[in-house]
Design a protein. Structure first.
Length: 256
């Protein structure tokens, strides 16, 4: 019986210490300003990329590359299949090119799909992709307004052209502005560039590029033409319209 009071006292001390520890711990966890973990920025909508060589229908390729129709059937299939770009990570970047020639000109088409991933937990994939897209748009040196580009020039192109390149608006006097510009209602952001290159006495070579961003993917469409005769100039309006039409089809494909 002499040990009972001591045992009871020891038990009371143990209970009291346990209760105190629990109270202090709860208070520490609920204290305002305590350490908290910030949620990671959301990942982009796209985790993979489609096959670019299968992203354009035969009917569209037939329209963009009329020379293919003049080839034998076996060569047509090969031309329509395109050539895949060599990349090291097909989940991050893929591409495809097509080319065809006829008696009037040679035309080429290329696609580039880039999936942007942010490794900064405070920056979303979409925001990082917007930064990458912004650098591409800045590098194109788009005119800020129509007045930035001479209205009597023979063809559109990006501003500050290098040797052998010409800049300006459509030379046919049309009111429609064909100069490089930002495009509306195409993905989350888009722009068009138009570059005409004159290489001495050689035929003139025009490249129309349409670049757009949809979520965390950046797509680049390049459509080129080089007439067989050096005296002929590639039609800027036609190339721009067809490049934009393809870009809009690709936006729809990514939305599927």
């Amino acid at each position: 019986m002499a040990y009972v009071p001591g045992a009871a006292l020891l038990a009371a001390l143990v209970v009291g210490c346990s209760a105190g520890t629990g109270t202090d711990g709860s208070a520490a966890d609920s204290r305002p300003g305590g350490p908290t973990s910030s949620p990671a920025a959301p990942a982009g909508k796209y985790r993979t990329l489609p096959d670019p060589c299968r992203s354009v229908t035969h009917s569209t390729l037939k329209d963009l590359l009329p020379g293919v129709a003049e080839l034998p059937q076996e060569q047509q299939e090969k031309a329509y299949a395109g050539t895949a770009s060599v990349t090291y990570d097909t989940d991050r970047r893929v591409g495809c090119t097509w080319k065809a020639e006829d008696s009037d000109s040679s035309r080429g088409l290329s696609l580039d799909f880039e999936r942007v991933v942010s490794y900064d937990t405070s920056v979303s994939d979409d925001d990082r992709a917007d930064e990458v897209y912004g650098k591409k748009e800045a590098a194109a040196h788009l005119p800020s307004s129509a007045s930035d580009t001479p209205s009597d020039s023979s063809s559109p192109s990006s501003s500050a052209p290098s040797d052998g390149e010409t800049g300006g608006k459509s030379g046919d006097g049309a009111t429609e502005d064909l100069q490089p510009r930002v495009l509306d209602n195409l993905g989350d952001a888009a722009f068009l560039d138009d570059l005409l290159i004159k290489a001495g006495s050689a035929a003139q070579h025009r490249t129309v590029s349409v670049v757009f961003r949809t979520s965390n993917v950046i797509v680049t469409v390049r459509y080129t033409e080089q007439p067989a005769l050096s005296t002929e100039m590639p039609d800027s309006k036609e190339l721009q319209e067809k490049a934009q039409a393809l870009a809009r089809k690709l936006v729809d494909k990514f939305s599927e």
